[in-house]
Design a protein around this ligand. Structure first.
Ligand SMILES: [Cu+2]
Length: 143
């Protein structure tokens, strides 16, 4: 007697939304390359990078790269704690105001830090007590 199987097949066919489309992958989002406009900055210092292209590594007790040059405007940094202890990355302007700061990152953790920077010279540092003095300090130039 094959009726139960047939009925099962029909049920599935009628409920195509559940049987078929549920497994269909979502349409892939179009991926556009990073804007090429900022690439012209590459004519400047060798440390200049396009926004979104730079990863900053935190270690005991240093920030790599120490010297960062970026175009003024929107900044995106991928911040990774490569050290064995927690660190964060903060940016302060020439007046001492902190304009951006990550969470405290446990070893191995990372965070994307975004900021909108006017042209100028900034200080990158770890805001955890004593870490800047121990060497976690650098310079970020936005031009
Ligand atoms: Cu630190």
């Amino acid at each position: 007697m094959r009726l139960p199987l047939l009925a099962l097949g029909l049920t599935c066919a009628l409920a195509a939304g559940a049987c078929g489309r549920a497994a269909a992958p979502a349409a892939p989002a179009p991926v556009s390359p990073a804007p090429a406009a900022s690439a012209t900055v590459g004519a400047g210092p060798p440390t200049a990078v396009a926004p979104g292209a730079l990863t900053v590594h935190l270690k005991d007790f240093t920030i790599v790269p120490t010297e960062i040059a970026v175009p003024a405007g929107d900044l995106t940094l991928a911040v990774v704690n490569d050290g064995p202890t927690p660190h964060d990355l903060a940016i302060r302007d020439g007046g001492g105001t902190v304009v951006a700061r990550t969470q405290d990152l446990a070893p191995g953790r990372s965070e994307t830090l975004t900021a909108h920077l006017a042209a100028g010279t900034y200080t990158t540092f770890c805001a955890l007590a004593g870490h800047e003095t121990l060497g976690m300090r650098g310079t970020l130039t936005a031009a």
